[in-house]
Design a protein around this ligand. Structure first.
Ligand code: ZN
Length: 106
C-alpha cells in the first residue's frame, strides 16, 4: 500500500496513510479517528487470497505470525487459519479491528 495518502484534518496537508504525526502541523493522526491506515476488508481479502502465505499478517503488522505462516505454508495449516481469520475479520466491527490491529504494536 505504499504511496497511499490521506489529508490531515487539521491543516489539510497531504500525508502518508502510515504517518503517525502530520509533518505539516504536528498533530497526532492516529489518535483522532482517521483510522490506522489498515483496512479490515483489505486484510480479509489478503487472508482469503494470500493467507496461505500469511500475507495478511504482514499487512496487519503481525510479522511474527506472517513469518510462521511462510515457514509452515507447505503444511496447509496457515491457509486454514487464514480462512478462519477471513471470517473473523468480516464479522468483527471496525472498532474491534482497530483495537486489535490499529494501534502500533507493543
Ligand atoms: Zn496537519
Amino acid at each position: 500500500m505504499a504511496g497511499e495518502t490521506k489529508f490531515c484534518p487539521e491543516c489539510g496537508k497531504e500525508v502518508s496513510v502510515n504517518a503517525v504525526v502530520c509533518p505539516g502541523c504536528g498533530i497526532q493522526l492516529k489518535s483522532i479517528g482517521l483510522g490506522s491506515g489498515k483496512n479490515r476488508i483489505v486484510a480479509a481479502l489478503l487472508a482469503i487470497f494470500l493467507g496461505g502465505f500469511g500475507i495478511q499478517w504482514f499487512y496487519l503488522g503481525k510479522n511474527l505470525y506472517g513469518i510462521l505462516s511462510l515457514v509452515f505454508f507447505w503444511t496447509g495449516i496457515p491457509a486454514i487459519i487464514a480462512i478462519i481469520h477471513f471470517v473473523l475479520l468480516l464479522i468483527s466491527s471496525d472498532e474491534d479491528f482497530n483495537a486489535k490491529y490499529g494501534t502500533e504494536n507493543k
